[in-house]
Design a protein around this ligand. Structure first.
Ligand code: MG
Ligand code: ZN
Length: 365
């Protein structure tokens, strides 16, 4: 009896050794690219069909789901709570970043995958310290604490960041210039332009903040910053053979929704679509990269309504005249699109916190 037990134990131990695990077929992705269109509801996604000049990148996804975005405290979430839900798997109060309802820090996805040896990055069109990106590396009680968030970014696991927000590094109320601090912490920071493709050293960390606050809107000359920064990030991060996690945010779809500006919303969504294309093209070639696209919530109650005659009330169904129901966020369910190894996991209707749990489970497969 005792011998049998020892024999059984040895068999279990042998089958669990790391060298053995390497021989097992791994189903999870080596890399995850997670793209968030802030405020991008289904009507915003649909603008890539009606206003784009090529086949929508969204048609490349075969696996889709829906998430419920309410926060712990509000039916209608803000970007901090929903960012935290997706980045760290915890429902929290509106305004909270990387902390739970008791204000205790919660481990986020970049912290989890860093332990696996993965590299991590964020690319956004807001300040890099804004709510959505900050949910992926910071732990603060309120999203407005952007100077603290900038400090936390330099001490985080993030290896690459690009976006706006220079002023939170250089024009701070504590008078500290964080640019030399960033250098001490191993970051090569540039506040003027993105680096040229092929020029990034895998043994360095990089930070690009190319405007004082948010980046300019596409309509005001941002150009191809988002797809180019996404491409640069992928090129840099993919030098790590262990894997990488990259979060890309089309931050200003939300701002356009708040402003009830359809032209702004459409241009920002089409720009975000270019970043999706960069991610999908890489994933297609690489074959081992999971791409997930979703939003943190919908903004504006944006819809693609038929043009309505103001006098008769009749609709002209040949013409779309986008309209808004609110200057605020809404609670509508949000689509999730997934491509690559593990994409099937994202089917169904579930809470936004499941995004984190699914990504973590897949990263460990
Ligand atoms: Mg955001
Ligand atoms: Zn918003």
């Amino acid at each position: 009896m005792r011998y049998t037990a020892i024999l059984l134990l040895s068999v279990i131990l042998i089958s669990c050794t790391p060298s053995n695990r390497g021989n097992m077929a791994s189903e999870g992705p080596a890399n995850i690219i997670f793209l968030i269109g802030d405020g991008m509801g289904l009507s915003a996604v649909s603008t890539t069909i009606y206003y784009g000049d090529q086949v929508s990148e969204f048609s490349r996804f075969k696996e889709m789901g829906l998430i419920i975005t309410s926060s712990a405290t509000h039916k209608v979430t803000d970007s901090a709570a929903s960012g935290t839900a997706m980045a760290a798997g915890k429902k929290t109060y509106n305004g909270a970043l990387g902390v739970d309802t008791l204000k205790a820090p919660v481990e986020d996805i970049t912290e989890v995958v860093s332990k696996l040896g993965w590299s991590t990055g964020i690319v956004v069109t807001s300040a890099v310290t804004h709510a959505t990106p900050a949910a992926f590396y910071a732990h603060v009680e309120q999203r407005s604490m952007e100077e603290d968030i900038a400090l936390q970014l330099l001490d985080s696991n993030i290896d690459f960041f690009a976006g706006g927000g220079t002023r939170f590094f250089t024009r701070r109320s504590d008078q500290v210039n964080l640019l030399p601090v960033a250098r001490e912490k191993g970051f090569i920071m540039d506040t003027t332009s993105l680096a040229a493709p092929g020029s990034l050293d895998p043994d360095q960390k990089y930070g690009f903040t190319l405007s004082q606050g948010g980046m300019p809107p596409v309509l005001q000359g941002r150009g191809d910053f988002l797809p180019e920064a996404t491409s640069l990030a992928i090129e840099f991060l993919s030098q790590n053979n262990k894997g990488f996690f990259l979060m890309v945010e089309g931050s200003q779809i939300d701002w356009a929704g708040h402003a009830n500006r359809a032209d702004y919303l459409i241009s920002e969504t089409l720009d975000f679509e270019k970043a999706i294309q960069v991610a999908l093209d890489f994933a297609e070639k690489d074959g081992n990269t999971l791409v997930v696209v979703t939003a943190d919530h919908e903004t504006g109650g944006f819809t693609l309504s038929a043009k309505q005659d103001t006098l008769t009330g009749h609709g002209d169904y040949k013409v779309i005249e986008p309209s808004f129901a609110t200057h605020n966020h809404s609670a509508t369910m949000i689509p999730v699109f997934a491509y690559g190894p593990g994409a099937g996991q994202f089917k169904g209707i579930y809470q936004n916190t499941e995004i984190f749990h699914k990504m973590v489970a897949l990263s460990k497969e």
